[in-house]
Ligand binder design. Structure first.
Ligand code: GTR
Length: 362
């Protein structure tokens, strides 16, 4: 059944180089992955900012007995030393006391305040997870500011905004990698089991962060939809023309060329998911979130599966049908759940992601 849905979409091939050569081995895939990341930078998200020369943290506040005494809460400023300047941004870290060496979730947040309706810290730390979180607006403002502030201002200072210039999603993803740099310097957490997570535009960001940074063992894109995990070809709801009109600054200028011309894209969003292989990705979708389009989201995982199989992983274990409310497909390396309700980062989603991470801990 799914073949009949995917076939007519004529998706670009994952296991074939741009020059048409087929990919049969893991080594060939590694080259193909580089080609894919380069293509996604050039045509969708813009190129990642440079890696920092060094990273440092300055703790401004510590509460050793937060959340009824169960959690150590630290507020800090992370500073990334770049070639000609320093980029600082605030990060909050929460460490549960009742577990040793906890797994960590890097949460890219809409808002500064914690806890937040999308980030129920006590419930997460009670489950034994540490959390590191930052607010995306503290990295680059989510609006049309002519790239003057934050990281955007620093990058703009390097010259004209080119057709493949860094979009804001890429900037927020870069910041998630700086949090990863910092986490690597701590010796009280599980370095092998660090996830990146975000909702909606920040779900797109989580996917980009994991695709470009192999240190993230897990990625949890919640309701990420258009230019996140939803196949763009024949997608319902939001399309390239909408997203590039309302949020042009999320992407590089090249992306808008595909508005109304999705069939000409030499990629689709299964490329972004597959670039994370062989690592874990589990998505959350909501049945009323038709703007994101859960069926098209599902198809990305179905289509990315062949790369996981090539790499010897289970990939996406799923029935030969579209998803139903209540589905939790968590057996494989790729996971997916579809819940009732609307576009939101709900408790239900959190429970699913934490279950997935515990089940597949490396
Ligand atoms: C919408 C946008 C979606 C999604 C959402 C969000 O307006 O069209 O792609 O990112 O915002 O981030 O909440």
């Amino acid at each position: 059944m799914l073949n009949n849905i995917i076939g007519p979409l004529k998706l670009p091939e994952l296991l074939q180089f741009d020059n048409g050569t087929k990919i049969n081995t893991e080594d060939e895939w590694l080259n193909r992955r580089r080609e894919i990341l380069n293509m996604l930078s050039e045509k969708v998200y813009g190129f990642p900012p440079e890696d920092p020369i060094a990273i440092s943290s300055m703790v401004s506040e510590v509460n050793k007995d937060a959340y009824a005494g169960k959690v150590i809460e630290e507020h800090m400023i992370l500073s990334a030393q770049l070639e000609n300047t320093i980029f600082p941004f605030p990060v909050k870290f929460f460490l549960p006391k009742h577990v040793e060496n906890p797994m960590v979730i890097v949460y890219i947040a809409f808002r500064d305040g914690v806890p937040d309706r999308y980030l129920p810290i006590e419930e997460i730390t009670d489950e034994g997870f540490a959390v590191a979180t930052f607010c995306y607006n503290d990295v680059a403002f989510d609006g049309e500011d002519n790239y003057v502030g934050g990281l955007a201002g620093i990058l703009k200072g390097r010259g004209e905004r080119k057709e493949n210039a860094t979009g804001k999603i890429m900037m927020w993803a870069w910041a998630a990698s700086r949090v990863m740099d910092y986490l690597m310097t701590r010796n009280d957490i599980d370095h092998d089991n660090i996830a990146v997570m975000g909702h909606s535009r920040l779900g797109k960001t989580a996917l980009v962060a994991a695709a470009y940074d192999e240190r993230f063992a897990f990625c949890f894109p919640n309701n990420s939809g258009c230019t996140g995990d939803a196949i763009t070809r024949e997608k319902e709801g939001e399309r390239v023309e909408h997203i590039t009109k309302t949020f042009p600054y999320w992407f590089c200028p090249n992306y808008r060329k595909y508005a109304g011309k999705e069939h000409e894209m030499p990629f689709d969003q299964h490329f972004l998911v597959a670039a994370i292989a062989p690592r874990f990705v589990a998505a959350g979708t909501a049945v009323e979130d038709t703007w994101a389009d859960p069926n098209s989201q599902y198809l990305s995982y179905v289509a990315a599966d062949e790369v996981y199989k090539l790499l010897g992983k289970d990939g996406f274990i799923h029935p030969d049908r579209l998803p139903k409310i209540g589905d939790t497909l968590h057996e494989g390396t790729l996971g997916f759940h579809l819940r009732s309700g609307r576009h939101f980062h709900s408790r239900y989603d959190w429970i699913k992601y934490m279950e997935f991470m515990k089940r597949h801990r490396i």
